[in-house]
Design a binder for this molecule. Structure first.
Ligand SMILES: [Zn+2]
Length: 130
């Protein structure tokens, strides 16, 4: 079975199940599919199946949100790379100027910092591309 989103000549959208694509084609050609709202038998497949569109949209939105977060961090924080755990400690203990920084830390480093009371947050970096 296959679900199509269809639209009638009056632009009513509705979903209908068919055994397969060929069944849809022959039923549509024979005028056997009628719009449930107005009865119009001139129907065509709507551009995108809504279920597919929704899934795709959620993933894209998440990627987009992570990209935004990354850009904001990159604009407002100083990058310290692998020295992140060391720098975070120096700031925490007042040995370095207090400023927002970001960089890489291993999960163990991040846990140790958190245990010492250093304000660290882990961000899942979205890949640059894709
Ligand atoms: Zn209709």
């Amino acid at each position: 079975m296959i679900l199509f989103e269809l639209a009638c000549a009056n632009e009513h959208h509705f979903e209908a199940w068919f055994r397969d694509g060929a069944t849809y084609d022959s039923q549509a050609a024979a005028g056997e599919i009628a719009c449930p709202l107005c009865g119009n038998a001139r129907v065509a497949k709507a551009p995108m199946a809504p279920r597919l569109a929704k899934h795709h949209g959620a993933a894209a939105e998440l990627r987009h949100a992570l990209g935004d977060l990354r850009r904001r961090v990159e604009e407002s924080c100083a990058y310290v790379g692998k020295r992140f755990p060391e720098e975070a400690r120096r700031i925490h203990y007042g040995e370095a100027e207090a400023r927002p920084i970001y960089g890489e830390a291993s999960p163990e480093d991040a846990r140790e910092l958190a245990e010492e009371g250093v304000d660290v947050r882990r961000i899942p970096w979205a890949p640059e591309e894709n």
